[in-house]
Design a protein around this ligand. Structure first.
Ligand SMILES: [Zn+2]
Length: 83
């Protein structure tokens, strides 16, 4: 998940800044919960299905990481919303 961390530089202005791993991890977890949550609600008894959805979510995020100009949807949302 190195690339996902790179979407979250500590100082946005400084080039080559260290990634903000805490924020990156928080957003990653939240995204997986968002994707998996839909499956968990639809099939509350299907533990295996939820686990597969979780794996799918991780794969999706890994794939999105390879897309140029991909931005973390949570960061995009946060930037639009007033704090
Ligand atoms: Zn983010």
């Amino acid at each position: 998940m190195r690339a996902f961390g790179a979407r979250h530089p500590l100082a946005r202005a400084a080039a080559g800044a260290e990634p903000d791993w805490k924020t990156a991890e928080k957003h990653l977890t939240h995204l997986i919960e968002l994707i998996t949550g839909q499956t968990a609600l639809a099939q509350p008894d299907a533990t295996g299905t939820v686990r597969r959805a979780e794996n799918g979510a991780v794969q999706l995020l890994v794939t999105l990481d390879t897309v140029a100009n991909y931005r973390c949807p949570i960061c995009v949302k946060r930037r639009r919303d007033p704090l």
